[in-house]
Design a protein around this ligand. Structure first.
Ligand SMILES: C[S@@+](CC[C@H](N)C(=O)[O-])C[C@H]1O[C@@H](n2cnc3c(N)ncnc32)[C@H](O)[C@@H]1O
Length: 286
């Protein structure tokens, strides 16, 4: 039988030997998950003996993590703006930048004319963004859409578990193809990795669905389709929010038609990267 300190030391060594980032933190989070105890507990009770069944499981999962499997796919969840979001390999693991996107959308909706806006989220994946918006703005309703049926099953399960399914509806669609009607706001974190960069990307990315990442030759194929299709699905004055890769927002902003879009704004994420593009549909557009 091993103590928490011994297991944490062993796993940190395995992770750093395999070149995984943040080895100590990953070891602590994995022990927290396996033992169902806050990780701070093991900092205080480092000499606590871990039962053999938990030790065996911890070592098995640590070996998986060492091969590059992201921690969220091992534990099955990721925190997102205070919500516990279930994830499977059918969905992208929610990122901190997308938590920031949720903040931008919520700030935009607070200033928006309608008190009970209807939001369309394309490319919903796990449903993290739709669930956060619905959870933090109780007056709004959300339509969450994705082309992937397995992803939508995860998103629906998240909304149900969080008690949000009454205000978040789900629709399978290839971008706008199966969607009707107009909304107050369209938001998306579309696939935006340039196809050529996918192979050379971090090992962890190879475990996530290519459908969630591959943005075509320059990474902008999905975003361009969304910008082109959005005017027909937005009410006059409606808002558009996109998350993008480094250098992409400026390029797309230049491509946007000034006869259709107003208030085109590029915003940086907390790392200083120009990450978000927002715009307002002109009242007299189309
Ligand atoms: C970058 S992930 C975003 C997931 C989630 N919204 C998030 O922020 O964590 C992109 C999502 O776009 C979806 N997607 C890819 N192609 C699509 C298409 N043609 N129409 C609709 N959704 C698509 C993928 O299935 C994936 O769930």
């Amino acid at each position: 039988m091993s103590t928490a300190r011994e297991l944490l030391g062993w796993a940190s060594g395995v992770f750093s030997g395999a070149g995984r980032p943040e080895p100590e933190l990953n070891a602590e989070l994995l022990l927290e998950y396996v033992c169902d105890r806050p990780r701070l507990h093991f900092r205080i009770e480092a000499e606590e003996t871990i039962p053999p069944s938990q030790e065996t499981r911890f070592k098995r999962l640590a070996r998986q993590r060492a091969t590059g499997v992201p921690l969220a796919y091992i534990t099955g969840f990721q925190h997102f703006r205070g919500l516990e979001i279930k994830v499977t390999r059918a969905v992208l693991i929610p990122r901190p930048e997308t938590e920031e996107l949720a903040g931008l959308i919520l700030s935009g909706l607070v200033k928006y004319t309608s008190q009970s806006p209807l939001v369309l989220e394309l490319c919903t994946g796990s449903g993290c963004l739709s669930c956060a918006i619905a959870s933090e703005m109780p007056s709004c309703r959300v339509i969450a859409s994705d082309i992937s049926a397995p992803a939508l099953r995860v998103a629906r399960a998240n909304a149900q578990r969080l008690g949000l399914d009454g205000r978040v509806a789900f629709k399978q669609s290839d971008f706008f193809k199966s969607l009707k009607g107009k909304t107050d706001c369209i938001a998306a974190n579309p696939p935006y990795v340039p196809a050529g960069e996918l192979l050379s990307a971090q090992k962890e990315l190879s475990f996530e669905p290519a459908l969630a990442l591959d943005g075509g030759p320059d990474g902008l194929s999905a975003a361009r389709k969304i910008i082109t299709g959005a005017p027909a699905h937005l009410k006059p004055g409606g808002l558009l929010f996109l998350e993008l890769g480094s250098g992409q927002a400026r390029r797309l902003a230049r491509e946007m038609d000034a006869k259709i879009w107003d208030n085109i704004v590029i915003a940086r994420d907390l790392q200083g990267v120009e990450r978000f593009l927002s715009a307002k549909l002109k009242t007299e557009a189309i």
